[in-house]
Design a protein around this ligand. Sequence first.
Ligand code: CDP
Length: 234
Amino acid sequence: MPLPKPAAPERRRPLVVAIDGPAASGKSSTAKWVAKELGFRHVDSGALYRAVTAAALARQADSQEWSEDDVLAAAAVVRLEPGETSFEPRLGDAAIDDELRGAAVTAAVSLVAKMPRVREWVNARVREAAAGHPVVVDGRDMGTAVFPRARVKIFLVADPWERAKRRLLQRFERLPTDEEIAEETDALVRRDAKDESQTQRAPEAVLIDTTYLTQEQQVERIVALARSAMRLSR
Ligand code: CDP
């Protein structure tokens, strides 16, 4: 009887570190820093949803008028520009960082993120970016829908008041008042509710509550988990 053929060697897939969590839990800034430490590239899936929203706003300012086809047509100008340590969203050739964090985009992005074909479009762009290079990806469903086989999965959470305070510190570059934090907390928990169906925690994700951690501490933990996964998969 002929001997069975040896199994073809499995092609090594580049390593994926997937960081998920609710609004303003610190995913993007943490993911960016972790990517630098590891020599990986950062892909911010939320920034892609925001870029598609900015493109749709540029065509039609009233989001109530948008159909899924309109939003997908607008997405045609959005692309991910590879850099040394990240993939940055661009509208055509324009860098759009400030606009993406603005109030108009933030108010309409959850609507766009509910559109199934837009989600497929974003997921395809994120997977393309991850295909040729190890990445740290962040979002709501990176460890579940997009990279179910990611080697490292993290779910970041933090107390809503603390998340609101951090977001305002970033926005105002000064200490916010309690009234400002209260208003932002309200906006954040409302957006959490809108995003609930697409925010998924993989059962095997490591939960990190960052309420009482410095950013450096949370980065150290994730880098340690990634280095351990890299040693184990050698
Ligand atoms: O940083 P922040 O939590 O404010 O949000 P983000 O990561 O920039 O994402 C903006 C919006 O995109 C979220 O409110 C979600 O509606 C959506 N999103 C999503 O549905 N799935 C992802 N993987 C990432 C973002």
